[in-house]
Design a protein around this ligand. Sequence first.
Ligand SMILES: Nc1ncnc2c1ncn2[C@@H]1O[C@H](COP(=O)(O)OP(=O)(O)OP(=O)(O)O)[C@@H](O)[C@H]1O
Length: 805
Amino acid sequence: MSGRADTSRARRLLNRATAGIPERRHPVTHVADLPARQPRFAAWPDWAPSAVVDAIRASGVEQPWTHQADAAELAWSGRDVVIATGTASGKSLVYQLPVLSALHTDPKATALYLAPTKALGADQLRAVSALDLDGVRPASYDGDTPLPERDWVREHARWVFTNPDMLHRGVLSAHARWAKFFRRLSYVVVDECHSYRGVFGSHVALLLRRLRRVARHYGADPVFVLASATTAEPAEFAARLTGRECSPVVEDASPRGARTVALWEPPLLEELAGENGAPVRRSAGAEAARILAELVIEGARSLAFVRSRRGAELTALGANRILSEVDPELGEAVAAYRAGFLPEERRSLEKSLLSGRLLGVATTNALELGVDISGLDAVVLAGYPGTLASFWQQSGRAGRAGDDALVVFVARDDPLDTYLVHHPAALLDRPVETAVLDPSNPYVLAPQLACAAAELPLTANELPEFGGEAARDVLDELVADKVLRRRPSGWYWTTRERPQHEVDIRGSGGEQIAVVEAETSRMLGTVDPGSACSTVHQGAVYLHQGSAYVVDELDLEHGIALVHAEDPEWNTSAREVVDIAVLDTVREERYGGVTVCLGEVAVTSQVVGYLRRLPSGEVLDHVALDLPEQVLRTRAVWYTINGELLDGETGGDRDDRAPGGAGLEPARIPGALHAAEHAAIGLLPLFATCDRWDIGGVSTAMHDDTGEATVFVHDGHPGGAGFADRGFAALVPWLAATREAIVSCECPAGCPSCVQSPKCGNGNDPLDKAGAVTVLDLVLGAVNHEGRHDHGVDHTAEDPAAKTG
Ligand SMILES: Nc1ncnc2c1ncn2[C@@H]1O[C@H](COP(=O)(O)OP(=O)(O)OP(=O)(O)O)[C@@H](O)[C@H]1O
């Protein structure tokens, strides 16, 4: 049932935000009205003990919505279930109901809750503790749990709240000490499971298999309850993550108010110059500050999402400055919120915003998970948050039942953002993407199998759940390397040391580089060895939980980067030269002069310097560096174009060009390929739930291995995380969107909104914007001319887990 879209208030807010902007600089590219939805309720299930129902009702939930009752019912009946519904649709209740019922009914039963972040786990623990149910004994077990308390948790807690890191290092590695807990383990809750993607997701997928086999060892077979933001194909994703079939519940029956979504592109500034003199747009953060100020003047409770902490602080400052000019009383109406806030600080901010004492908040994505703020009048997103799931999660903070609300998406200077504000359907009408992960990646499988064998010897009949043949190959290598020993009964770990401490499930293998504050010797975090040269080189600005540090020295030999706290006004981006070699072509498709491939590659890169840039986009200077070469073996998707097709005579009629020549002069070819590569990297996240920084690219007018002009886009992690595979599967829509992003940008010769890349090793030179469109037309023309079979249903390419099976 959907309600009428009464959006008069949202329209009034939008008019206020655009008032006074001259027509020729009008930033709004599209406005859409999303209808309201009425709630649908279900009865409390018979099996739920009255003590549990009473406690939940006392917390303010009078009756469950139908999706909550349906999903809880499945879980109670012993089925693994994934609930994938919108922001604030009450996913917590879905697992609380069966888990609390089980703990109440069976006094020995236990349950495990996993969250991707400590903060979210702490929030959920607080919510369960507040229900104050006898005998549940919920407790957290994470890096912050004091040692003396840990014994108590193992012995007595019945609902343990932890995260994948602690499960890996602290629970499974010492499972005998948890025997009592595992014996009656009845439920495993995997919250915000859509955030398990890429290499981290691949590790978590294998970690959950390890968890299940340890539970099995103690005689338990827990039910998995997964909670996800809305995604496409949640059941497939959940099955890949857990290795078991999961029943999906996706019909959202929670109420929501009507929303108006406006897409907004800041104007190009005439007075500033970026790299190679390219034009720069007004920054999304500055634009968000202005919009926020206008909304606050209208009395609208508003939230702005900004990409960095510094950005959030600048946006809050900017809004307050504008407000104090209008009315000095309003000079502090907007606050900044960041990761690292204590729970009490967050609660007080939530309260102030909900009560209207505070009218505006500018925040980093930190607020995305685990904060109970919804029903706002307006949300401003400064920049695409990277996935549609996050886009809807953030915009879902706006809109209360019965009231309409405004969402403004402000494009950043980036090809993906440019594409989205000019192609609203790609943002508003597309199903949310499935998270990509690849548990068969040998670089992930090897350490995970070593951990599994160290926990309990691995037997041959367990291999199917770890990937079958792929796992057997990896085990053979581990035996050859003397990491494991093969005996008739299975594979055995050989030493007393525990491998879990050496395996970083958030990184992609290898010895991590420690980032250490020189003055205090405090370790701030770790960086993958593969990315250390580009992220923690001398002079780099390193962000840790939103605070800035500057790197004094990178010592690769000892695996350490020394930093000091400093927040300069610029940010840095590394410049590297990259070379790529084809090791193995897994798939190859030929289309009259154009060849499209997927395969394994070796990427050799060397960081040669870095750029210092102001938040406005203005480039200060380039600093040279002398660092060693790095080699990355990973997966890539690439296309090649033969020379005749590129520089041959045009066939006259442009629309009828393929497969005739494009008439691109040889001197223009490198810039054309390079520009097409940059824009394609910018757009892949639309199809492969990756970050632009998770992938890289190389283009060359003549590649040694292919013998032709070639554009490669490769995964940024050893062994790959499935992104290149996804690019190969979605090649046509991906390159079509890339072309659209380039032609939609009105700059004359290329800027960060279309073909310039913030991390280009060659200083964004040469780049040929028009040539890139020609290249993409050639490739799309050739592929479409011959027709490509639908890779959307081709699981050998679509599902990276199947690639070695
Ligand atoms: N059936 C219900 N009726 C009324 N309110 C409810 C109901 N179920 C949950 N709520 C309330 O809705 C709010 C959001 O619930 P919850 O945090 O579980 O949502 P979520 O789907 O997990 O949100 P997020 O997308 O942020 O993870 C909470 O304040 C909760 O008390």
